[in-house]
Ligand binder design. Sequence first.
Ligand code: NDP
Length: 334
Amino acid sequence: MTQPRLPERFRALRAVKDDAGFRAEFQQLTPADLPGGDTVVRVTHSSLNYKDGLAVTGRPGVLRSYPMTPGIDLAGTVVSDETGTYQPGAPVLLTGWGIGERQDGGYAEYARVRSEWLVPLPGGTGAEWAMSVGTAGFTAMLAVLSLEDHGLTPGSGEVLVTGAAGGVGSTAVALLAAAGHTVTASTGRREEEAYLRSLGAANVIGREELPGLKRPLEKERWAGVVDSVGGETLAGALASTRAHGSVAACGLAGGSALATTVFPFILRGVNLLGIDSVNCPTPRRRAAWERLARDLPADKLADVTQVRPLSDVPALAEEILAGRVRGRTVIDVS
Ligand code: NDP
């Protein structure tokens, strides 16, 4: 087998900030441009997440320094690993740990990272599958695992997914349905109803049907919630969660503020569960990826996923921020 090797020049999408302001541009990099790390990966696929949209369009809060290669996810094959953990050619994936934020990420043909951040691709899967899951799907899996750890079982009752047509939401709907839960999908895009039902949603409701916090406690409805919206949506979901149910807070697509009361917590024992995909410990990470491989095989994700070339990322970044991207977008870097 020919071993992959690091070429003298390779392509990357770089976020640059200088006297002329911010721009994202394609550049040819050399190995000397890569950051420190013990392992080099030939990146074949990355993905597009909301956070990548923020980074590529120069919105504040994601990139910590410039120039930087965005892309919080990558998958490909190991070129070299100084720790000896991975052999050249080993198929791997990496999400989070600050790549595409504090250190160069997946929108380049090569990446230098830390071996301990890598996850071996689960058996029977490929790089394109891993990136169709990506941080968004991994986050959805962490949310479902967390709900289950806090007692959610298929007989518990209706489970709400907010921002359901987005990346985290779509995968959460599919994962919950695969585990036998009754899923109610909330979306601002009613035209996506058929799509959400095809993923396994039993009910689809409009975003406006979750009106935010009107009273500290509403009629008990949700046995569990996967929330990618935050803000008023999260406050309303907490007030409508059944006694001893749990709400997994994943995102802030609708706002980062949370104005609520303590009543759901002290009168109903509702659990508010924080979900962090970036620094998730390695054992949990590997368990989540194994479960994703089991419950979300490639054929289930095919309808949810579009594959686009690296050159499309600047335009796609605007689309995802405008809420016009459905499901998951894999970026072909090869
Ligand atoms: P997407 O853009 O794919 O999905 C977000 C969805 O939220 C949209 O599709 C839309 O769903 C809904 N939405 C958007 N704007 C609003 C609004 N103003 N009010 C109500 N709903 C809205 O993003 P991702 O799925 O990749 O990420 C979702 C969130 O999760 C983001 O905030 C992201 O930063 C966060 N996140 C957090 C992670 C973690 O580790 N905790 C990891 C990954 C993501 P619809 O059209 O169905 O209404």
